[in-house]
Design a protein around this ligand. Structure first.
Ligand code: PMP
Length: 361
């Protein structure tokens, strides 16, 4: 078999090897159908079983009660930036946002385009989005409060959510869904592009609570209404079947091999501690997010001498450690430690970093 690298890509990102092998094994003849999953009808029993199982597993993993609908959409998490306000705004109420960097900023822009009363109630822009705002006061009259639970580019993550006091929270969880336990109760809606922790690119998970579905206005295009998906189990039209199938396999892996989100979180914490611990112990490197806001998923760092960063990244790549370049908008380095990245990968990265100091320090 070809040599696989340790894949620190920010998304699309590493998938569990056993999932890839399972796809390979059943690709030509999917579960006795005589066809591949890429070729079966989305109305067939084979695909319906996949869809039902994926929904069930997502509900179990996230401990969602019957009020929550699990939907599969296309258009990426970016499509949700416009769908959320289009579907969930309320007359005479503001839609409130917290700005913690690029993805939040884009969500705010899409709400503004719709001419709504958009309020940015907190922002970390004053310190280059390197932290998560604290003590955010939530206006009880807002239609919803939107936040980005994990900021993939800046490497920050919410630890304690603002107390929403009855206002539904809406969260972009693209880069930390399934990575840690959270209480879904304050959330009216959350969404995630699958391509980091849940599967491949091409499908977006949307979880929405029944009472928020009541808000969906009639006068928006059919394909942009959450109710189109909730009333037809995401099969109003042809869904992204293959991507949903991979999500099913990833959630099965998370339940059956890892043992659920709590166990996954414990591993994720170990991975992050290992890397942050090393970065903090060595002046050669510098974490870019403030310590109390650090992400467990995306570890962003610089070299004390940034001129060495291209060399660091190219030598890491040559050593089988891929995807360590920081986002093009901020530069530097970033190690994405999503669920499917094994702890051995972080060990290997830390060894490489030590070695790099010896040669260049
Ligand atoms: N939100 C977050 C937090 C992200 O990390 C990303 C992609 N990196 C997006 C939204 C955009 O996702 P998509 O490409 O699926 O539209």
């Amino acid at each position: 078999m070809a040599q696989r690298i340790y894949n620190f890509n920010p998304g699309p990102a590493a998938l569990p090897l056993t999932v890839l092998e399972e796809i390979q094994n059943e690709l030509i003849d999917f579960r006795g159908s005589g066809m591949s999953i890429l070729e079966v009808s989305h109305r067939s029993k084979w695909f319906e079983e996949v869809l039902d199982d994926a929904i069930l597993r997502i509900k179990r993993l996230l401990k969602l009660d019957d009020r929550y609908h699990v939907l599969f959409l296309q258009g990426g998490a970016s499509m949700q930036f416009c769908m959320v306000p289009m579907n969930l705004a309320l007359p005479q109420k503001s839609v409130d946002y917290i700005d913690t960097g690029t993805w939040s900023t884009k969500a705010i822009k899409e709400a503004r385009i719709q001419g709504l009363d958009v309020r940015v109630v907190a922002s970390s822009e004053d310190r280059a989005f390197t932290y998560i705002p604290k003590g955010v006061e939530v206006d009880p009259d807002a239609a919803y409060l939107h936040l980005t639970s994990n900021n993939t580019i800046r490497g920050t993550q919410w630890r304690e959510l603002p107390a929403p006091g009855g206002v539904p929270l809406v969260s972009d969880m693209s880069s930390d869904i399934f990575s840690r336990v959270f209480d879904p109760t304050p959330f009216g809606c959350f969404y995630a592009g699958a391509q980091k922790n849940a599967g491949p690119a091409g499908v977006t998970l949307v979880v929405i609570r029944e009472d928020l579905l009541q808000r969906v206005p009639d006068n928006i295009p059919t394909m942009l209404k959450y109710t189109t998906y909730s009333s037809k189990k995401s099969m109003f039209n042809t869904p992204p079947c293959f991507a949903i199938y991979v999500v099913q396999l990833v959630t099965k892996w998370l339940e059956e091999t890892i043992g659920g989100v709590e166990k996954m979180e414990a591993v994720n914490r170990k991975k992050a501690e290992l890397l942050y611990g090393y970065i903090d112990s060595e002046r050669f490197y510098r974490g870019t997010a403030e310590a109390d806001s650090r992400s467990l998923m995306n570890v962003t760092f610089r070299l004390a001498n940034p001129d060495l960063e291209p060399k660091f990244i190219s030598e890491a790549t040559a050593a089988g450690l891929g995807g360590l370049k920081g986002h093009r908008s901020v530069g530097g380095c970033r190690a994405s430690l999503y669920n499917a990245l094994p702890i051995e990968a972080v060990d290997a990265l830390v060894s490489f970093m030590k070695d790099f100091v010896k040669k260049n320090g």
